[in-house]
Design a protein around this ligand. Sequence first.
Ligand code: 5GP
Length: 193
Amino acid sequence: MNFLEAKILADGVVKPGNVLKVDSFLNHQIDIRLMKKIGEEIKHRFADVEFNKVLTIESSGIAIASAVAYVNEIPVVFAKKGQTVNSTDDKYVAKAYSFTHKKFNEIFVSKPYLKSTDKILIVDDFLANGEASAALIDLVKQAGAELVGVGIAIEKGMQPGGAKLREAGVRLESVAIVDSMDAESGFIQFREQ
Ligand code: 5GP
């Protein structure tokens, strides 16, 4: 069992509706030592490829993406959310359905922060249905930048996001993959990696 799996077992709470609550160390209070370890782990997993920028989505991806960027000494850009983005002259815009908020968001990045010369590692806290990652990949494509891969803290393997990305040939690394969980008993099973 790795350090993140151990932390999830110790402090994560399984909620009905396939939701894993990790507010005590990731989504409300942030355990900075743990962020650093996740940053180092994702750096290690992508050690054989070059990237010059980390891309994530506000707000819960920012802490992990910042940790990955910090240990690599590169910038982190976060896509902003807006209900509807009026002008696309100066921004790349994509649509994403939010698993946690059950609504569509338009997300955008201002053009100067994503360039065709950029090699991008996408980082997020959770991967569930893959909507957030797909929207971020869309932004990378619009900019003509290179997608190096996707690094995730917690993938929920019972939802289709991970399989969709891997089938599409995207290099995906998840520090912990939850394959099943049960809200009543609190049971959590991880995938062997
Ligand atoms: P997806 O777009 O892959 O369906 O969902 C990813 C996003 O939804 C993540 O950025 C994360 O904020 C949120 N999310 C999805 N599942 C969970 C979950 O079980 N727990 C928490 N805390 N966030 C989740």
